[in-house]
Design a binder for this molecule. Structure first.
Ligand code: PBG
Length: 340
């Protein structure tokens, strides 16, 4: 293909870069606020608690979450994804599927004020468990004869995830997004939703989620850091790319309606591969907390132009193949896109 182009001086790519209008005509990728899903951290109590490691982001009361969701909606951002910080934590995370749990309350409040806004919920255990792990642990009544104390058990976790997804759907969630990287989570949640009359609720699977250092600030924000060990027994090894296709294929077979790759920046190649393997399925990229905080820190020091680098990196996600971007930059980026 490239060989067919005549050499310089016949070929002069600069001809198509001469004016802003010409550049706009030949632009291949468009970024719009409709591409964004804005994450909200909801907690009990009143007001906002800023998150030191994520400048501009705060833990929100239910009322503040509604205000923040309205700001997003008015800027053309159609969706939020909710993370809850419960009042109390225990070994399996009971508030995660309580009808008056913090996320359930936030869903109802946002849908009451903004019925057309798409409310996505993160379905995982780590913010709700006292040990900070994404599943039921081998211990006490759940002790597994052949696995060490504290190992994250797969199959007992599936039952809890099903209950959490149903509870979110009952509160009015539009889309559920399991993020725990348990095997069979999509199938278990699909079955649980269908059984309770929620066959119409789509599953956005965090199908390809890596064991990443870039989740650091999120774990402050959501207060969900593991109390011991790490998540490497379920999240993917950053060195693996082909395995992402297997993870995605399994989730598609279990009924995932949409897929996600997470984090984003170090995995643009994976976004591209998953999009090419499953072009029919909408693909989301999660521009995670550490990616956000790096940009904010560099911008605060005057080392990069925040607006420029944020729009450049979000465009990069779309160019790589993402249809949707979960990003803490959503409100700023939507404002900048409206201005330009
Ligand atoms: C798990 C979950 C995590 C993130 C989203 N969902 C944390 C983890 O896996 O440890 C991280 C998102 C971010 O860093 O912005 N509930």
């Amino acid at each position: 293909m490239t060989a067919a182009y005549p050499p310089f001086p016949l070929s002069r790519p600069r001809r198509l870069r001469r004016t802003p209008a010409i550049r706009a005509m030949v632009r291949e990728t468009t970024l719009t606020p409709r591409d964004f899903i804005y994450p909200l951290f909801v907690r009990h109590g009143e007001g906002r608690t800023p998150i030191a490691s994520m400048p501009g982001i705060a833990q929100l009361s239910v009322a503040e979450a509604v205000t923040e969701a309205r700001t997003a909606w008015e800027l053309g951002v159609p969706a939020v994804i909710l993370f809850g910080i419960p009042a109390t934590k225990d070994s399996i995370g009971l508030e995660n599927f309580a009808p008056d749990g913090i996320v359930q309350r936030a869903i109802r409040a946002i849908k009451a004020e903004l019925p057309d806004m798409v409310v996505v919920t993160d379905v995982c255990l780590c913010e709700y468990t006292d040990h900070g792990h994404c599943g039921v642990l081998s211990s006490g009544e759940h002790a597994h004869p052949h696995l060490e104390e504290g190992f994250v058990l797969n199959d007992p976790t599936l039952d809890v995830l099903g209950q959490v997804a149903v509870s979110h759907a009952e509160a009015g969630a539009d889309i559920v997004a399991p993020s725990g990287m348990m095997d069979g989570m999509v199938g278990a949640i699909r079955a649980a939703l269908d059984e309770k009359g929620f066959a119409h609720i789509p599953i956005l699977s965090y199908a390809v989620k890596y064991a990443s250092g870039f989740y650091g600030p999120f774990r402050d924000a959501a207060e969900g850091a593991p109390k011991f060990g790490d998540r490497a027994s379920h999240q993917m090894d950053p060195a693996n790319g082909a395995e992402a296709l297997r993870e995605a294929a399994i989730d598609v077979a279990e009924g995932a309606d949409m897929l996600m790759v997470k984090p984003g920046l170090p995995y643009l190649d994976v976004i591209r591969r998953v999009k090419e393997a499953f072009p029919e399925l909408p693909l989301a990229a999660y521009n995670v907390s550490g990616e956000y905080s790096m940009v904010k820190a560099a911008a605060a020091n005057g080392w990069v132009d925040e607006q420029r680098v944020v729009l450049e990196l979000l465009t990069g996600f779309k160019r790589a193949g993402a249809d949707l971007i979960i990003t803490y930059h959503a409100l700023d980026a939507a404002r900048w896109l409206q201005e330009t």
